[in-house]
Design a protein around this ligand. Sequence first.
Ligand code: ADP
Ligand code: MG
Length: 233
Amino acid sequence: MNLVKARGIRKTYQAGEVEVQALKDLSFEIEPASFVSFVGPSGSGKTTLLNLVGCLDRPSGGSLSVAGTDVFSLGRADGATFRGRNIGFVFQDFNLIPVLSVFENVEYPLLMASSLGAKERRDRVESLLEMVGMTDQAKKYPNQVSGGQMQRVAIARALVADPKLVLADEPTANLDHDTAYMVIDLMKSMKEMKKTTFIFSTHDPKIVGEAEIIYTLEDGTLVNREDRRPNHG
Ligand code: ADP
Ligand code: MG
């Protein structure tokens, strides 16, 4: 079964008198445990698309199933619950909470959306921090670590509640080239370890790194799909 199945997705924004067709009739499928990139220039629709898949916004048309749920039919509250249970997010500007330590930032989703006890929570957070190589920084605050390290923490936070899918909208846009590659490599190895599907976007075709499937967006339309897995494509 596909983890994500999109059929004829459209999204039109009303900007004053003008209609902007941000997404025009997109159809695609994403398999479980895959590592997928949407590449396209600024304004091509990447954020709009990831927001729809993440149940953060409503479409103008089409259908979208995520983990077997028709997410476009969910109301606001059900959408939020679905998101909390199934989807982790990584952002361009990291979005860590500045007054919480690295450890507390990763623990935060568990405090919000799970019934785990304190010891289980601690074990879970420590194991994630180890996987992303941030154990030694657990007591530090976000402003005491580098941008690349902040993104490692954000990846641990996105994974701590064991989502099926992690969505990362331009996660490397605020990182230098070498750090950007390291962050993509980390997401890939987390995908291998945890079998979580990662979908990330980038405007820089050089930053697709180890992506297995690369979709190219242009002006709200999918113009190419490249499958780099051995024996595919
Ligand atoms: P990307 O993330 O690839 O830069 P976006 O999804 O942000 O692209 O934007 C796609 C198109 O939709 C652009 O033309 C953008 O100006 C337009 N757009 C995005 N959000 C809004 C909005 N809230 N209102 C009006 N137009 C928007
Ligand atoms: Mg964007």
